[in-house]
Every structure is written in structure tokens, then in C-alpha cells.
Design a protein. Structure first.
Lengths: 303, 276
């Protein structure tokens, strides 16, 4: 099984979790996404593959969660760090780690996120005071103090859980693998199901009523092709098992290809809309606003 | 409007100023985010050196402007410098007299830019790039994640150049862009809907494991369903969660926990299982 989590691993993962929230707020390099949390935690723990699988799985779960402006969202990044570290450190199944550790930790950390956003109100008021005193350096200093609540809101919980949670998690894992097989099977199923939540949330924020034919297109094209690809590669492996001279390997369905079909459809729609608007613009200006309202479904959803 | 009694030092923004604002935006935006005024202090921090140059230190104009710029503000952090650019063009021209206009423009533009910025950069790009990256990751491939990072660096470049662009175009910019932005949002949301359909078909790895034994006949439900259309179960699950999210007082976090509990129960009953 796993070898536990060493103290240097705890420290690096804590520093990463402090960095990721600042990246999310400022640069947005994508390093704050669960997928990168999985990659980095996987590398630190010495098992990139497990990290990729857990990061990918939590990435899908939160696909649509980023849309709420200014609202706290579940911290899938810290959840991924935790799930990956414990999965590799204690030999837990990846899918189980996602459902049993990743998601609960991610949602618990909504609380520390709220705390950080409250704490910054204090510095906001200090800035008011500095403006009154015409202390320009003080304004900038108090603005940058915002780093403290933000980084600590991630760093402290991640450090505590990784440093002291190990023995507890290991005992729980042992017990679940032996006495509670039904639960760990269930959690693995839940882990496989969680991406569906991400997709559903995303659909809530997209104008489904307007673009529903494309929902069907995307689903059917992919369902049929992925079945075909899956069956062909299954056939390939089976034949290779029977006949050693058969060496052709079949790759899986490339998602990029599916996305490119969608991109082409979107480009056609863009061309159509621009043309429509040019026709509208040629008419008197009064009617222009009306026709903009007609296809304004997204605006209704946004409000 | 254009009276020349503006009490500024007649300072004109230079290349260096734009660079300073852009660096402050990319590296420090939202550091001071708080519940009371959200990006309020961040907006002030971003343009503070330029305000000081325009009005001069320890002048009443500077103090008034700083107070106004420290009020509530919140918009997409991918478009915020467009508003700053328009603001700077105005203040440079009209000085302290622009105070009310600037406050109005900030309040008026932050909503629309938040809506379009969030729908493209907070929802669509992470959805599509995240889907591609996650899809490759579960197969043990790191390239998708790297591709995502490259895309984000391109976006950063746009965030860098838009400030100067907005500054030169000034106020007329928003009206001009409106039509194109609508078409772009429309096409982008179409792509988003399509991709979610594709994701539902590939990334929800579950199937019915229940096999009925009727006398000597066994009925494998999953095989029957596959004859209707493959991946029907994942589609139904996404549909059910979509419906559930439309209920009052339902949050995404609640929905996630409901799904975990229901999945554990259905799995324990031997109905639903993980697909290979």
C-alpha cells in the first residue's frame, strides 16, 4: 500500500495551495484548476498517473461551477490536492478518494473562503482611512495585505489535514476496504457520476432552450463514435491477445476532433448572426434594439 | 462638458503608465476582494499612480477622486481594464470634473462586462478546455492541461492589449462593440451547449449492472438500452440533475451531495455501477 505523506510533501502541497488561490484571482494561468492540482500533487507524491485521473475527475465535476460572479464556490483545487495526496499516500482507490475526500474537503473549504472575503473588508476600511490621511503608500500596503486572508484560507486547512489527517484516513481506508466494501463500491460509482453534476450546472448557465438542437448533435455524434471507437479497440486488444502477430493499436476517440466539429458549427452561427445584424442595421435604428432582444435568451439567464 | 477649468497637472499617460497598470492588473487584481465593495479597492490600486500624476499629491481633487474610485465595483476580471482605459481617457481630458461621469460609466459598464466576461471566460473556456484536458488526463495524458495553459496565456495577452485599446477608443468603443459581442456570445454559447452534449456521452462512466433472472431467461438491461441508443443512462442522469438544479433553494453543493448519496444507495442495491 501507500507509504504515507512525508513532511516535505506536506510543505510543498501547502505552498502550492496558497499559490493557487492567488493565481485564480490574478493571472489565471490555469494552475488553479483541479487538473493542475492533480498533476502537481501527483508529481510531488510520485505518482503522476493517479494525480491525472483524480484531477481530471474533479475537473469535470466543477465544469460549470465557476460561473457564479463573486460567490464562493467549492474549492475543487484543495479537494484534488487532498484526494490525490491521500490516494497515493494511503493506497486508496482514486474514484473513492474523489467522492469520500475530494468533494467533502472542497465543500468544507467554502467556509474558509467566506472567512477570507470577510477579513478583507477590514483592509478595505483601512484604505478609507489612508485616503483621508493622504497616505498613498498606506493605501497600497493595505491593499496588498489582502494576500494574508486569501493564502491562509487555503494554506492552513490543507496543512492541518495533510499533516494530521494521515493516520485517521489510513484507518478509515483499511476499514472501508475490508468491512465496508459496499460503501467503497458506492463511492466509486458516485465518483464516476459526479461529472454529470458539472455538466448539468453548465447547462443551467447556457441558453439551452435556444441551442437545444446542438445539445442533441453533440450527444449523438459522440455517443455513436465513442461506442464505435470503444468496440474497435476492444476487438483490437482481444485479437492481439489471440494472435501475437496482430500489433495494430487503436487509439481512443479524440475529444479535440469532436470539439472541432462544434467549433465549425459555432463559426457558421457567428457568420449568420453578423449577417442578420447587418440587415437589421440597414433598417431604421429603432428596430435594431428590438431584434437584439429577440435572441437575448442568455441575458435573461444571466440576471 | 469640455470646459478647460480642469484642475489637473495636464499629465498625459505614457507607455510606462500603461505597462504599470497592466502589471498591477495581471498580478494584483482582486487581491483586496471583499464582501463590502468587492473589487472596489482593487480598482483604485490599479490606477493610483496615474491618479497621483494627474491631480498631484495632497490636492483636494486627488482625495475626492480616490474616494470615488474606492467605492463598490465588480466586473469580469478579463474585461476590467477596458473600463479603466475609458476612465483614464475621460479623466485625462476633463480632470476632476469627470468625477460623476466616471462613477456613472463604472457603474453602467461593470454589469454588461461582467455578464459577457463570465459567460465566455468563466464558463465556456474552462468548460471546453477543462473537458479536453480532463478527457486526456484520465487516459494518462498531460498534454490537454498544457494546452489549456497556453490558451490562458493567449487570453492574458488580450488582457494586456485591451487597456491601451480602450483608452484610445474612449467612450464610443462600447457602442461599436455591442453587435459583434452579441454574435460572439451567441456562437460561443452554441459551442458550449454542443460540448456539454458530447461530454455527457463520454465522461459519465456508469451503467445498469442489474440483470434480471426470469426462470431460465436472463435480461441484461444495459444491453437492451444500448440498442435504443448508447449512453442513454448518462444522458438521463444529466437531465435529472439539470431538472433538480431548477428547484428552489437547490445549490450546486447540495446537488453534488445528493448525487453521492443516491449513487451509493443505487450501487449498494446492485442497480447502478461503474462502467469499465
Amino acid at each position: 500500500m501507500g507509504t504515507g505523506i512525508a513532511i516535505w510533501q506536506v510543505i510543498i502541497l501547502t505552498i502550492y495551495s496558497m499559490y493557487q488561490i492567488m493565481d485564480e484571482l490574478t493571472l489565471q494561468t490555469s494552475l488553479s484548476q483541479p487538473i493542475w492540482a492533480g498533476i502537481i500533487a501527483g508529481l510531488v507524491m510520485g505518482d503522476l498517473k493517479t494525480g491525472l485521473v483524480i484531477g481530471g475527475s474533479l475537473q469535470l465535476t466543477v465544469l460549470g461551477v465557476g460561473t457564479f460572479g463573486g460567490a464562493s464556490k467549492i474549492d475543487a483545487n484543495s479537494g484534488t490536492v487532498m484526494a490525490t495526496a491521500f490516494a497515493i499516500g494511503t493506497g486508496m482507490n482514486g474514484q473513492v478518494a474523489v467522492a469520500a475526500l475530494g468533494v467533502p474537503v472542497a465543500s468544507l473549504m467554502i467556509q474558509t473562503d467566506i472567512l477570507a472575503r470577510f477579513a478583507n473588508t477590514f483592509f478595505q476600511h483601512r484604505i478609507d482611512k489612508m485616503i483621508e490621511e493622504e497616505n498613498y503608500k498606506g493605501i497600497e500596503r493595505n491593499y496588498l495585505y489582502g494576500y494574508l486572508p486569501w493564502t491562509l484560507s487555503r494554506g492552513i486547512p490543507v496543512f492541518l489535514a495533510l499533516a494530521f489527517g494521515g493516520p485517521f484516513v489510513r484507518t478509515a481506508v483499511d476499514y472501508m476496504n475490508t468491512n465496508l466494501a459496499w460503501l467503497s463500491n458506492g463511492l466509486a460509482t458516485a465518483g464516476a457520476l459526479l461529472p454529470a453534476v458539472g455538466f448539468a450546472i453548465l447547462l443551467r448557465y447556457l441558453p439551452v432552450k435556444k441551442h437545444w438542437p446542438y445539445l442533441i448533435l453533440g450527444f449523438v455524434i459522440t455517443a455513436l463514435l465513442s461506442t464505435l471507437y470503444g468496440n474497435v479497440s476492444l476487438l483490437g486488444t482481444t485479437i492481439a491477445g489471440i494472435d501475437s502477430k496482430f500489433t495494430t493499436a487503436f487509439a481512443g476517440l479524440p475529444m479535440l476532433g469532436i470539439a472541432l466539429i462544434g467549433f465549425a458549427l459555432a463559426a457558421m452561427q457567428y457568420g449568420r448572426t453578423v449577417k442578420e445584424q447587418q440587415v437589421v442595421a440597414a433598417k431604421p435604428a429603432a428596430s435594431a434594439t428590438d431584434s437584439n432582444e429577440q435572441d437575448g435568451e442568455i441575458h435573461g439567464d444571466e440576471l | 462638458m469640455a470646459t478647460n477649468s480642469n484642475k489637473t497637472t495636464d499629465y498625459k499617460l505614457t507607455k510606462k503608465d500603461f505597462k504599470q497598470m497592466n502589471i498591477r492588473n495581471l498580478f494584483f487584481n482582486q487581491v483586496g476582494w471583499n464582501y463590502e465593495r468587492m473589487q472596489g479597492s482593487g480598482y483604485l490600486y490599479l490606477i493610483l499612480p496615474q491618479l497621483r500624476k494627474m491631480y498631484g499629491d495632497h490636492t483636494p481633487e486627488l482625495k475626492n477622486m480616490m474616494k470615488m474610485q474606492n467605492q463598490f465595483f465588480n466586473t469580469s476580471n478579463f474585461f476590467n481594464t477596458i473600463i479603466s482605459g475609458i476612465d483614464m481617457a475621460l479623466e485625462e481630458k476633463e480632470g476632476a470634473e469627470s468625477l460623476e461621469t466616471v462613477a456613472g460609466i463604472k457603474a453602467g459598464l461593470m454589469g454588461p462586462f461582467a455578464a459577457i466576461g463570465d459567460s465566455i471566460f468563466a464558463a465556456l473556456v474552462p468548460a471546453i478546455m477543462g473537458a479536453i484536458a480532463a478527457n486526456m488526463a484520465v487516459q494518462g495524458n498531460i498534454m490537454g492541461a498544457i494546452l489549456w495553459m497556453l490558451v490562458n496565456f493567449v487570453i492574458m495577452w488580450f488582457r494586456w492589449i485591451q487597456l491601451k485599446f480602450a483608452y484610445t477608443q474612449g467612450v464610443s468603443l462600447v457602442n461599436e462593440m455591442q453587435g459583434q459581442l452579441n454574435a460572439l456570445t451567441d456562437a460561443a454559447t452554441l459551442l458550449g451547449v454542443y460540448v456539454v452534449g458530447a461530454l455527457a456521452a463520454t465522461m459519465v462512466n456508469t451503467k445498469i449492472i442489474y440483470v434480471a433472472h426470469l426462470g431460465k431467461m436472463t435480461v441484461n438491461f444495459q444491453d437492451k438500452i444500448d440498442m435504443i441508443i448508447p449512453k442513454l443512462i448518462p444522458a438521463l442522469i444529466v437531465g435529472a440533475i439539470y431538472w433538480m438544479l431548477g428547484k428552489k433553494r437547490m445549490t450546486s453543493t447540495k446537488a453534488i451531495f445528493i448525487v453521492i448519496i443516491v449513487a451509493v444507495i443505487l450501487s449498494a442495491l446492485g442497480i447502478l455501477g461503474k462502467a469499465a
